[in-house]
Design a protein around this ligand. Structure first.
Ligand SMILES: [Fe+2]
Ligand SMILES: [Fe+2]
Length: 293
C-alpha cells in the first residue's frame, strides 16, 4: 500500500515540527497543493525553506499566491489588463520568483504540466514504465473560475493560451503514463463538482459565480486514462457566511480531495491541531482520511 500525506493551502502555517513529524511518519510521499504565503514572496520563500527539510519524496504545485505579486493578484481579481502585467519585464520577474521558490524548496520538486514517476522502494524515477505511481501536475498558479490565471506568464513559459491547449497538455501527460496508478495534483479542482457554494469547488464568496472549478482540468479528465484521485486545494473549507465545504467526493471511480483546511494549524480546546489528509492507495482502491496531529 502507498501512503501519501497531502498538505493543503499552507498560508504561512507550517513549522519545523510538521516537517519532523512527517519525516518520522510511515508516509512514502508528501504532496503539497500550494499557496504557501500570506501575501509576500518573502513568506513563500521562508515556508519553502522549511519544506526543504522534508526527507520523503515531496512535490509541490504552486498556487495563485506563490511567486505572484500583489498587483498581479489584484489584476486577476479585477480583470485589469494593466495590473495583470503582460510586459516581458513582469513575466521575467515572475519566472525569477518561481526560480527562487524552487531553490528554496531544495529537494522538494516543483510541478506544473509535469509527470513524476515514483517507486515505493526507490523514490522518484526517470521512467514511468513499471513505476508504482505517476503524479501528474496540472496547470500551476490556478486562480479558479473561468480562464487561465496569470496568462502572460503561463503563455510565455508553457505555451498555453487557453483552456483547450491546457487540457490537451494535461491529457497528454495522463496518456503518456505507464505506471500502475495515477494521481493528478492541481492547485484548484476541476469544473463539474461545484454547482452549490458548499460543494467541493463551488464559489462561496459570490454564489452567482457558481462552479469555480478549472475547465481545462475537467476537459483533461475526459480521457479514457483514469487517475485514482485528483488532489487540490484553493477553495478553503471555511465558507463565507459560515459552515464548512465538502472536501472529499467520489465520482465515477475517481476520488476528489480538496485539502485546503485554512488555517491548517489551529487551537481546539486549548490544544494545537495540525491538519493534513492521508491517502492510502493500493490495487483495490483509495482510502482518504482527514488527520489532525
Ligand atoms: Fe489558498
Ligand atoms: Fe489559491
Amino acid at each position: 500500500m502507498l501512503k501519501i500525506a497531502v498538505l493543503g493551502d499552507i498560508h504561512t502555517l507550517l513549522d519545523a515540527e510538521d516537517v519532523q513529524r512527517l519525516n518520522e511518519s510511515d508516509y512514502h510521499l508528501v504532496l503539497i497543493c500550494g499557496d504557501l504565503p500570506g501575501r509576500s514572496h518573502k513568506q513563500t520563500v521562508s515556508i519553502a525553506r522549511i519544506l526543504s527539510g522534508l526527507r520523503r519524496p515531496s512535490l509541490l504545485i504552486p498556487g495563485n499566491h506563490d511567486a505572484t505579486s500583489v498587483l498581479q493578484l489584484l489584476g486577476e481579481i479585477t480583470g485589469s489588463q494593466r495590473l495583470k502585467r503582460g510586459d516581458s519585464g513582469s513575466i521575467a520577474k515572475m519566472q525569477r520568483r518561481v526560480q527562487e521558490l524552487q531553490e528554496a524548496l531544495g529537494p522538494v520538486r516543483l510541478g506544473g504540466y509535469s509527470i513524476h514517476s515514483f517507486r515505493k522502494k526507490k523514490g522518484w524515477q526517470e521512467q514511468s514504465e513499471g513505476a508504482d505511481l505517476d503524479i501528474i501536475c496540472a496547470r500551476p498558479h490556478s486562480m479558479g473560475g473561468p480562464g487561465i490565471g496569470f496568462k502572460p506568464y503561463i503563455e510565455a513559459t508553457f505555451g498555453v493560451s487557453d483552456d483547450s491547449v491546457s487540457a490537451a497538455k494535461i491529457r497528454a501527460l495522463l496518456e503518456a503514463s505507464r505506471a500502475k496508478q495515477r494521481i493528478i495534483l492541481a492547485h484548484n479542482g476541476p469544473l463539474g463538482l461545484g454547482a452549490k457554494p458548499a460543494d467541493i469547488w463551488g464559489c462561496d464568496f459570490d454564489a452567482s459565480r457558481g462552479d469555480f472549478g478549472d475547465a481545462d482540468l475537467s476537459l483533461a479528465l475526459e480521457s479514457s486514462v483514469r487517475p485514482s484521485a485528483v488532489i487540490a486545494g484553493h477553495m478553503h473549507h471555511a465558507l463565507k457566511g459560515g459552515g464548512q465545504r465538502v472536501w472529499h467526493v467520489e465520482r465515477d471511480g475517481i476520488h476528489y480531495v480538496n485539502a485546503a483546511r485554512v488555517p491548517r494549524i489551529f487551537d481546539r480546546n486549548g490544544k494545537k491541531q495540525r491538519h493534513h489528509v492521508r491517502i492510502e492507495l493500493d490495487s483495490e482502491g483509495v482510502a482518504v482520511h482527514e488527520i489532525l496531529w
